[in-house]
Ligand binder design. Structure first.
Ligand code: PMP
Length: 426
């Protein structure tokens, strides 16, 4: 096939993909190569990646430590049906039991975050015999009917009406909604909103699902107080807690899983994205007790196949050997301090939130969410060879989620460019 170039790729995408595709940029670059924290487009231009494909490439692009075991596995054995025995999947499940919090022990492998959540919801229903769920405003859980219905961001849904039996509780968005209250007092109100739902529906609700830090919702970061109170309430009503770590997992926030910052243990934890560092794999992990309710035969054809599981094993090894949790903590602090320094100069940086190398900056101009400014910042940063993300209900939150292999120099380079771009826009 002849070389298409960015315009050709875009034209084919527009002609042959279902038209729900979303682009950040007016002229999206066409990428042809990746190397750790860098990407290269079809013109040879280098970009510093500060988005990591939405928290996927935590171990860096085409990191030899991740891809070599995958290549070896591809050459040796790519796939057999899971009615036979292979080693990588069971070894990965054993390691996941070690690195996940609390009593989480039994894994079900799938191919994506959506499927991991769908599986977790099913496991919760099988265990409790109940079929209703609670989710948070501005959460995002996937693209299937049920997970999309549990998604609380308008732009990521295809209808405004959730499926029956789904209840939304107020999300702990302190910056937007907490005026006049301490963060803890505001979070008490958010937990009280869950109690309001439970007062009517306890006998029907199987589980509550939430992200520890809402990613697409705008890096909404509650305190441990919120999670402790919420978990106590759910336990009182015997409602399971599903924690969606699809975007926050695998050292992103400075701990293997973000929920570890908040002092509670989930009943089911879901993961995908960074588990495969670019290779499709997802999973949910739960306790012996909950897993015991799922005994009928079921398995995903390609879930946890030898190549994907080789990727997962390599990711866990690399997180440990390169000390990525510590790296995300140290570099995250550096980034955060730098952002706070810029905030003093640029009042549009209205709120900075997040943990480790998952940081968001909410841009507000003249009291309003500054979506157009956010777009211009993204575009100008891209022209300067830096990729940054955006999210939030009003599309006005800059999202910084780089590969965890970035360096102090990369952070300084990023901050300097952000400073200059905001200066130009002032
Ligand atoms: N949960 C969260 C928190 C996510 O961020 C995403 C994807 N952005 C999903 C679930 C869905 O994952 P996937 O695209 O792998 O199905």
């Amino acid at each position: 096939m002849s070389y298409l170039g960015p315009e050709g790729v875009l034209a084919k995408k527009q002609a042959y993909f279902v038209p729900c595709v979303n682009h950040f940029y007016q002229n999206p670059p066409e990428f042809v190569r990746g190397e750790m924290q860098y990407l290269f487009d079809s013109t040879g231009k280098q970009y510093l990646d500060f988005f990591a494909g939405v928290s996927v490439m935590n171990c860096g692009h085409s990191n030899p430590a991740i891809i070599e075991p995958m290549i070896q596995q591809l050459q040796q054995l790519q796939h057999v049906c899971n009615i036979y025995l292979t080693e990588n999947g069971v070894n990965l499940a054993e390691k996941l039991a070690e690195v996940t919090p609390g009593k989480l022990k039994r894994t079900f492998f799938v191919n994506s975050g959506t499927e991991a959540n769908e599986g977790a919801l099913l496991a919760a229903s099988l265990h409790t015999g109940k079929h209703e769920f609670i989710a948070l405003d501005l959460g995002l859980h996937g693209r299937t009917q049920l997970t999309m219905s549990l998604t609380g961001i308008g732009m990521w849904r295809t209808t405004d009406v959730p499926n029956g039996g789904i209840h939304f509780a107020r999300n702990p968005y302190y910056f937007r909604d907490g005026e006049g209250l301490s963060q803890e007092a505001f979070e008490d109100q958010c937990v009280a909103d869950v109690a309001r739902i439970l007062a009517r529906r306890t006998s029907r609700v199987a589980a509550m699902i939430l992200e520890p830090i809402q990613g697409n919702g705008g890096i909404i970061t509650p305190t441990p107080h919120y999670f402790k109170k919420l978990k106590a309430l759910l336990e009182e009503h015997e409602i399971l807690l599903i924690v969606d770590e699809v975007q926050t997992g695998f050292a992103r926030t400075g701990k293997m899983f973000a929920i570890e910052h908040f002092g509670i243990e989930p009943d089911i934890l879901t993961m995908a994205k960074a588990l495969g560092n670019g290779q499709p794999i997802g999973a949910y992990i739960t306790t012996d007790e909950i897993a015991a309710s799922f005994t009928r035969p079921s398995a995903s054809t390609l879930g946890g196949n030898p190549v994907s599981a080789a990727a997962g094993l390599a990711v866990l090894d690399y997180i440990a050997s390169a000390d990525l949790c510590q790296r995300a903590t140290t570099l995250g602090k550096l980034l955060r301090t730098g952002l706070e320094r810029l905030q003093k100069k640029h009042p549009v940086m209205a709120d900075i939130r997040g943990l480790g190398l998952m940081q968001g900056v909410e841009l507000i101009k003249e009291g309003k969410p500054a979506a157009d400014l956010t777009d211009r910042v993204l575009e100008k940063m891209k022209d300067r060879g830096i990729l940054v993300g955006k999210n939030g209900e009003m599309r006005n939150v800059l999202a910084m989620q780089p590969p965890l292999v970035i360096t102090e120099e990369d952070i300084a380079h990023f901050l300097q460019n952000l400073d200059e771009v905001l200066q130009e826009e002032a």
